[in-house]
Design a protein around this ligand. Structure first.
Ligand SMILES: Cc1ncc(COP(=O)(O)O)c(C=O)c1O
Length: 311
């Protein structure tokens, strides 16, 4: 997302998360809005819906456009409405790790005809494919790249779409069991859901809140029980400490910073809740292919480790 923003010569600004929800905090966003802010991206991280009413109020009060990052949120809902239809536009990832996949790639949803028109031109070098121009007649009105999906992607995607509702239901069954059967554990905290949320779920980002730095010891013990437990929330622990952002490294072969990015300073410690989540997170597996027995073994394994090491 950072690279996508910078690719447009827009300056990415990063905001902290709310530790309880594990999601971008609408209040932190509001505090960062300035005269040059154009767009806010609400990230439905781990399939957990953001508080889109708060973001709609923000749009109303400040004039910013709200986009949704639905890369991990296919089929999730808020207040009965599908994620991806609650902002001006949304981006979905279809890489191999997602709820649904076409091998790789992604798609955009929007209720705005002009956004749809521009997005469909952008994905294909601006070529008109409706038969309105002949070969040699493409007007090429603006800079655009080639993100074209092909018929094979579409065939796989349509088949996957048919399975999505059942897949989300199964993931929900599994996650709800964790909430019902692990919420009483000492020093274990599960994400607070936005009112009206029907998540499409990703590994559930539980947190060890003992405050004694023993998260890694617990994860090791959970792995020794044969459980599929993961820690990092994302490929980079904190985007503010990547070379890309620290050095504003736009070009791989030169340290030159492009003009649009020169005036921006980043504080590497500017998102302390992200750091705290990364230090404490213990992610419980959610996968529609899990049997009831798999889920029971996971719950029993966690309870066993807690009984030995925490209680
Ligand atoms: C929250 C989030 N945003 C954006 C992306 C980027 O998606 P892609 O890998 O399809 O470029 C991903 C996944 O990789 C993601 O999980």
């Amino acid at each position: 997302m950072t690279s996508g923003t910078a690719a447009l010569h827009a300056v990415p600004v990063f905001t902290d998360i709310d530790l309880d929800t594990r999601l971008i905090s609408p209040q932190s966003v509001r505090d960062l809005i300035g005269p040059r802010t154009k767009v806010v991206i609400a990230v439905h991280m781990s399939g957990l819906p953001c508080d889109m009413d708060a973001f709609a109020r923000l749009a109303h009060d400040t004039g910013v456009t709200i986009l949704e990052d639905c890369a991990q949120a296919h089929g999730g809902r808020l207040g009965g409405r599908l994620l991806g239809g609650l902002g001006t536009a949304a981006g979905f990832s279809m890489n191999e790790s997602k709820q649904m996949t076409t091998g790789d790639g992604g798609f955009v949803t929007t209720n705005d005809d002009e956004v749809a028109r521009i997005a469909s031109l952008f994905r294909d070098k601006t070529y008109l494919r409706d038969g309105s121009v002949g070969r040699g007649g493409q007007p090429i009105p603006f800079f655009a790249l080639n993100y074209r999906a092909n018929g094979l992607h579409a065939a796989v995607g349509l088949a996957q779409l048919g399975k999505l509702a059942g897949l989300v239901q199964r993931r929900d069954d599994i996650a709800r069991r964790y909430y019902a059967e692990l919420a009483d554990l000492k020093n274990f905290d599960l994400p607070r859901l936005t009112d009206g949320a029907e998540p499409s779920w990703w590994p559930v980002a539980g947190r060890y809140t003992g405050g004694d730095g023993r998260r890694d010891e617990l994860v090791e013990a959970l792995a020794a029980e044969g459980l599929t437990i993961s820690t990092g929330m994302s490929p980079a622990s904190n985007i503010l400490r990547t070379e890309l952002v620290r050095m504003k490294r736009y070009y791989p072969l030169t340290p030159a910073v492009p003009a649009f990015w020169r005036d921006t300073e980043y504080d590497p410690d500017g998102c302390p809740n992200v750091d705290e989540l990364q230090r404490t997170v213990i992610r419980l597996p959610v996968d529609q292919r899990y049997s009831d027995e798999d889920v029971e073994q996971t719950i029993a394994g966690v309870r066993k480790v807690w009984a030995h090491l925490v209680d």
